[in-house]
Design a protein. Structure first.
Length: 154
């Protein structure tokens, strides 16, 4: 919810942020990989579920006793009419992290569910009862992320 802010040149991979008062920036070579990344992010942000869906901040739980890395996750969900669901998961730390994410979608219980990463190639089929109960197990490298489209599968 709210406004989204991007700095001038961010979509091209420029790292030097300039004051808006300058109106121009130093010459910089565009980074094609960063441009591809932002093209995918902007495509996700254009989806109706991200614009008009119900947003919710989520919390993770420890994967096992003594492992505090679960607190490194930043997670959010959006849900819109018609069963449209999106889940954003970020490991916001410099270490690999593990944890369980309770899914806020009780209607998936008893149904097979597919989580398709909109920014990458990952695709996972899971049991909805397990996701609604124990949660989604996360084991992610440092600074990694996923934006999952969640759908029930036949």
């Amino acid at each position: 919810p709210g406004l989204r802010f991007f700095h001038q040149g961010q979509f091209e991979g420029r790292t030097k942020r300039i004051s808006p008062h300058l109106v121009r920036a130093p010459r910089a070579v565009a980074d094609k990989e960063i441009k591809k990344f932002y093209d995918r992010v902007l495509a996700v942000l254009r989806k109706p579920v991200m614009k008009g869906g119900e947003w919710q901040s989520l919390a993770c739980e420890p994967a096992w006793d003594g492992n505090g890395t679960w607190a490194s996750f930043v997670t959010h969900s959006w849900q819109a009419d018609g069963g449209k669901r999106t889940l954003v998961v970020v490991n916001y730390s410099a270490q690999d992290s593990q944890g369980y994410l309770k899914m806020p979608f009780p209607e998936i219980q008893g149904r097979p569910v597919r989580l398709k990463d909109l920014l990458g190639d990952a695709c996972y089929d899971r049991d909805g009862t397990e996701l609604a109960g124990r949660g989604l197990y996360l084991d992610m490298p440092a600074w990694s992320y996923h934006i999952f489209h969640i759908e029930e599968t036949p």
